[in-house]
Design a protein around this ligand. Structure first.
Ligand code: ADP
Length: 226
Protein backbone atom coordinates (compact mmCIF):
# COMPACT_ATOMS: atom_id res chain seq x y z
CA UNK A 1 0.00 0.00 0.00
CA UNK A 2 1.44 3.38 -0.92
CA UNK A 3 1.77 6.07 1.74
CA UNK A 4 -0.69 8.38 -0.03
CA UNK A 5 -3.40 5.68 -0.19
CA UNK A 6 -2.88 4.97 3.48
CA UNK A 7 -3.32 8.69 4.23
CA UNK A 8 -6.61 8.77 2.40
CA UNK A 9 -7.86 5.85 4.46
CA UNK A 10 -7.02 7.45 7.77
CA UNK A 11 -10.16 9.03 9.20
CA UNK A 12 -9.98 11.99 11.52
CA UNK A 13 -11.55 11.53 14.94
CA UNK A 14 -12.82 14.94 16.03
CA UNK A 15 -12.42 15.87 19.69
CA UNK A 16 -15.45 15.81 21.99
CA UNK A 17 -16.41 19.36 22.81
CA UNK A 18 -18.16 21.02 25.72
CA UNK A 19 -19.67 24.24 24.40
CA UNK A 20 -19.76 26.49 27.38
CA UNK A 21 -21.09 30.01 27.89
CA UNK A 22 -23.91 32.18 29.16
CA UNK A 23 -27.37 32.29 27.56
CA UNK A 24 -27.15 34.05 24.21
CA UNK A 25 -23.46 33.26 23.71
CA UNK A 26 -24.23 31.34 20.51
CA UNK A 27 -23.57 27.79 21.72
CA UNK A 28 -26.56 26.37 19.83
CA UNK A 29 -25.64 28.04 16.54
CA UNK A 30 -21.99 27.01 16.73
CA UNK A 31 -22.99 23.46 17.68
CA UNK A 32 -25.26 23.17 14.63
CA UNK A 33 -22.50 24.40 12.35
CA UNK A 34 -20.02 21.89 13.77
CA UNK A 35 -22.55 19.07 13.42
CA UNK A 36 -23.11 19.95 9.77
CA UNK A 37 -19.44 20.24 8.99
CA UNK A 38 -17.93 17.38 10.99
CA UNK A 39 -20.83 15.05 11.81
CA UNK A 40 -20.92 15.80 15.51
CA UNK A 41 -23.75 14.38 17.61
CA UNK A 42 -25.14 17.13 19.83
CA UNK A 43 -26.39 16.61 23.33
CA UNK A 44 -28.20 19.87 24.16
CA UNK A 45 -30.06 19.71 27.45
CA UNK A 46 -32.21 22.78 26.70
CA UNK A 47 -33.33 21.17 23.41
CA UNK A 48 -33.99 17.85 25.14
CA UNK A 49 -36.22 19.58 27.68
CA UNK A 50 -38.06 21.44 24.90
CA UNK A 51 -38.58 18.14 23.02
CA UNK A 52 -39.94 16.57 26.19
CA UNK A 53 -42.29 19.50 26.56
CA UNK A 54 -43.49 19.20 22.96
CA UNK A 55 -44.25 15.54 23.65
CA UNK A 56 -45.94 16.54 26.90
CA UNK A 57 -43.89 14.11 28.98
CA UNK A 58 -44.02 14.53 32.79
CA UNK A 59 -40.32 15.50 32.65
CA UNK A 60 -41.00 18.24 30.09
CA UNK A 61 -43.94 19.60 32.06
CA UNK A 62 -41.94 19.67 35.29
CA UNK A 63 -38.93 21.29 33.60
CA UNK A 64 -41.07 24.02 32.05
CA UNK A 65 -41.86 25.49 35.46
CA UNK A 66 -38.15 26.13 36.03
CA UNK A 67 -37.32 27.18 32.48
CA UNK A 68 -40.07 29.81 32.40
CA UNK A 69 -38.64 31.40 35.52
CA UNK A 70 -35.09 31.26 34.19
CA UNK A 71 -34.05 28.85 36.92
CA UNK A 72 -31.92 25.78 36.37
CA UNK A 73 -33.84 22.54 36.27
CA UNK A 74 -32.87 20.48 39.37
CA UNK A 75 -29.88 18.18 38.95
CA UNK A 76 -31.86 14.97 39.60
CA UNK A 77 -34.06 15.63 36.55
CA UNK A 78 -31.19 16.74 34.33
CA UNK A 79 -29.00 13.80 35.26
CA UNK A 80 -31.79 11.27 34.73
CA UNK A 81 -32.53 12.68 31.29
CA UNK A 82 -28.86 12.89 30.30
CA UNK A 83 -28.10 9.35 31.48
CA UNK A 84 -31.03 8.02 29.46
CA UNK A 85 -30.01 9.99 26.41
CA UNK A 86 -26.36 8.98 26.61
CA UNK A 87 -27.39 5.35 26.13
CA UNK A 88 -28.76 6.20 22.70
CA UNK A 89 -25.54 7.83 21.49
CA UNK A 90 -23.59 5.70 19.07
CA UNK A 91 -20.17 4.65 20.28
CA UNK A 92 -17.32 6.49 18.67
CA UNK A 93 -19.37 9.46 17.47
CA UNK A 94 -17.73 12.78 18.31
CA UNK A 95 -19.94 14.59 20.80
CA UNK A 96 -20.86 18.18 21.47
CA UNK A 97 -22.32 19.01 24.85
CA UNK A 98 -24.39 22.18 24.59
CA UNK A 99 -25.58 23.62 27.88
CA UNK A 100 -24.38 20.64 29.90
CA UNK A 101 -22.86 20.46 32.49
CA UNK A 102 -24.20 23.52 34.30
CA UNK A 103 -23.62 22.61 37.95
CA UNK A 104 -20.82 20.93 39.87
CA UNK A 105 -22.89 17.73 40.27
CA UNK A 106 -23.48 17.61 36.55
CA UNK A 107 -19.81 18.27 35.88
CA UNK A 108 -18.87 15.28 38.04
CA UNK A 109 -21.28 13.04 36.15
CA UNK A 110 -19.89 14.37 32.90
CA UNK A 111 -16.27 13.73 33.92
CA UNK A 112 -17.20 10.18 34.97
CA UNK A 113 -18.97 9.55 31.67
CA UNK A 114 -15.95 10.66 29.67
CA UNK A 115 -13.65 8.57 31.83
CA UNK A 116 -15.87 5.53 31.26
CA UNK A 117 -15.69 6.08 27.51
CA UNK A 118 -11.94 6.48 27.87
CA UNK A 119 -12.17 9.72 25.95
CA UNK A 120 -10.87 13.23 26.32
CA UNK A 121 -12.72 16.44 25.67
CA UNK A 122 -12.05 20.08 24.94
CA UNK A 123 -13.84 22.82 26.85
CA UNK A 124 -14.71 25.66 24.48
CA UNK A 125 -15.97 28.67 26.42
CA UNK A 126 -17.68 31.66 24.84
CA UNK A 127 -17.33 34.37 27.43
CA UNK A 128 -19.03 37.67 28.33
CA UNK A 129 -17.60 39.29 31.42
CA UNK A 130 -18.06 43.06 31.07
CA UNK A 131 -21.39 44.84 31.59
CA UNK A 132 -21.21 45.94 27.96
CA UNK A 133 -20.84 42.35 26.72
CA UNK A 134 -23.66 41.14 28.95
CA UNK A 135 -25.92 43.92 27.57
CA UNK A 136 -25.23 42.61 24.08
CA UNK A 137 -26.26 39.09 25.15
CA UNK A 138 -29.53 40.46 26.54
CA UNK A 139 -30.17 42.25 23.24
CA UNK A 140 -29.47 39.05 21.29
CA UNK A 141 -31.84 37.00 23.43
CA UNK A 142 -34.64 39.54 23.16
CA UNK A 143 -34.08 39.58 19.39
CA UNK A 144 -34.17 35.79 19.24
CA UNK A 145 -37.34 35.77 21.34
CA UNK A 146 -39.23 37.58 18.55
CA UNK A 147 -38.84 34.62 16.20
CA UNK A 148 -37.83 31.55 18.21
CA UNK A 149 -41.12 31.13 20.04
CA UNK A 150 -39.10 30.57 23.24
CA UNK A 151 -41.01 32.17 26.07
CA UNK A 152 -37.85 32.38 28.20
CA UNK A 153 -36.32 34.72 25.59
CA UNK A 154 -39.25 37.13 25.60
CA UNK A 155 -39.10 38.45 29.13
CA UNK A 156 -36.19 40.63 30.20
CA UNK A 157 -36.48 39.61 33.86
CA UNK A 158 -36.26 35.92 32.96
CA UNK A 159 -33.20 36.65 30.84
CA UNK A 160 -31.57 38.55 33.73
CA UNK A 161 -32.26 35.63 36.07
CA UNK A 162 -30.73 33.18 33.58
CA UNK A 163 -27.59 35.29 33.22
CA UNK A 164 -27.27 35.77 36.96
CA UNK A 165 -27.73 32.01 37.54
CA UNK A 166 -25.09 31.33 34.95
CA UNK A 167 -22.66 33.62 36.74
CA UNK A 168 -23.39 32.09 40.16
CA UNK A 169 -23.81 28.40 39.38
CA UNK A 170 -22.28 27.61 36.01
CA UNK A 171 -19.39 29.99 35.33
CA UNK A 172 -17.35 28.67 38.30
CA UNK A 173 -17.13 25.22 36.65
CA UNK A 174 -14.47 26.63 34.34
CA UNK A 175 -12.23 27.32 37.32
CA UNK A 176 -12.85 23.85 38.72
CA UNK A 177 -11.82 22.26 35.44
CA UNK A 178 -8.75 24.45 35.23
CA UNK A 179 -7.76 23.47 38.75
CA UNK A 180 -7.90 19.84 37.68
CA UNK A 181 -5.55 20.60 34.81
CA UNK A 182 -8.20 20.71 32.06
CA UNK A 183 -7.32 23.39 29.53
CA UNK A 184 -10.18 25.81 28.78
CA UNK A 185 -10.29 27.46 25.33
CA UNK A 186 -11.79 30.94 25.74
CA UNK A 187 -13.12 33.47 23.24
CA UNK A 188 -15.41 36.45 23.68
CA UNK A 189 -18.98 35.55 22.76
CA UNK A 190 -19.32 39.00 21.22
CA UNK A 191 -18.07 38.83 17.69
CA UNK A 192 -19.04 37.68 14.24
CA UNK A 193 -20.49 34.16 14.19
CA UNK A 194 -18.14 33.27 11.31
CA UNK A 195 -15.03 34.45 13.19
CA UNK A 196 -15.95 32.42 16.25
CA UNK A 197 -16.76 29.44 14.04
CA UNK A 198 -13.32 29.70 12.45
CA UNK A 199 -11.69 29.82 15.88
CA UNK A 200 -13.56 26.65 16.96
CA UNK A 201 -12.68 24.93 13.68
CA UNK A 202 -9.05 25.62 14.53
CA UNK A 203 -9.51 23.77 17.84
CA UNK A 204 -11.26 20.86 16.12
CA UNK A 205 -8.40 20.55 13.65
CA UNK A 206 -5.70 20.88 16.26
CA UNK A 207 -7.20 18.23 18.54
CA UNK A 208 -8.40 15.78 15.89
CA UNK A 209 -6.65 12.45 15.92
CA UNK A 210 -6.19 10.06 13.05
CA UNK A 211 -8.24 6.96 13.77
CA UNK A 212 -5.10 4.88 13.31
CA UNK A 213 -3.59 6.84 16.20
CA UNK A 214 -6.67 6.27 18.30
CA UNK A 215 -6.59 2.56 17.52
CA UNK A 216 -2.94 2.26 18.45
CA UNK A 217 -3.64 4.09 21.73
CA UNK A 218 -6.45 1.62 22.47
CA UNK A 219 -4.16 -1.27 21.70
CA UNK A 220 -1.55 0.23 24.00
CA UNK A 221 -4.18 0.51 26.75
CA UNK A 222 -5.23 -3.11 26.26
CA UNK A 223 -1.61 -4.21 26.39
CA UNK A 224 -1.00 -2.36 29.67
CA UNK A 225 -4.14 -3.94 31.17
CA UNK A 226 -3.13 -7.51 30.33
P1 ADP B 1 -29.67 29.10 26.97
O1 ADP B 1 -28.31 28.59 27.24
O2 ADP B 1 -29.74 29.96 25.76
O3 ADP B 1 -30.31 29.70 28.15
P2 ADP B 1 -30.79 26.37 26.82
O4 ADP B 1 -31.68 25.93 25.73
O5 ADP B 1 -29.47 25.73 26.94
O6 ADP B 1 -30.68 27.93 26.60
O7 ADP B 1 -31.54 26.20 28.22
C1 ADP B 1 -32.84 26.67 28.44
C2 ADP B 1 -33.26 26.37 29.86
O8 ADP B 1 -33.27 24.94 30.05
C3 ADP B 1 -32.33 26.90 30.95
O9 ADP B 1 -32.61 28.24 31.29
C4 ADP B 1 -32.64 25.93 32.10
O10 ADP B 1 -33.86 26.27 32.72
C5 ADP B 1 -32.85 24.61 31.37
N1 ADP B 1 -31.60 23.83 31.25
C6 ADP B 1 -30.95 23.50 30.12
N2 ADP B 1 -29.86 22.77 30.37
C7 ADP B 1 -29.80 22.64 31.72
C8 ADP B 1 -28.89 22.00 32.60
N3 ADP B 1 -27.80 21.35 32.14
N4 ADP B 1 -29.13 22.08 33.94
C9 ADP B 1 -30.22 22.71 34.41
N5 ADP B 1 -31.11 23.34 33.63
C10 ADP B 1 -30.92 23.31 32.29
Amino acid sequence: MTESFKDKEAVQQCPNIVLFGPPGAGKGEQGCRLAEEYGYVILGTGDLFRKNLENKTPLGIEAKGYMDKGELVPDELVILMVEEHLETIPEGAPLIFDGFPRTENQRKLFNEFMEKRGEEFEVVALTAYSAEEVDKLIGRLLGRGKTSGRSDDQNENTILTRISNYEKQTGPLLNNWEQEGQYVHKHSAIGKIEDIQEWIQGIVKEYSKRVEDVLSEDTAKEETKS
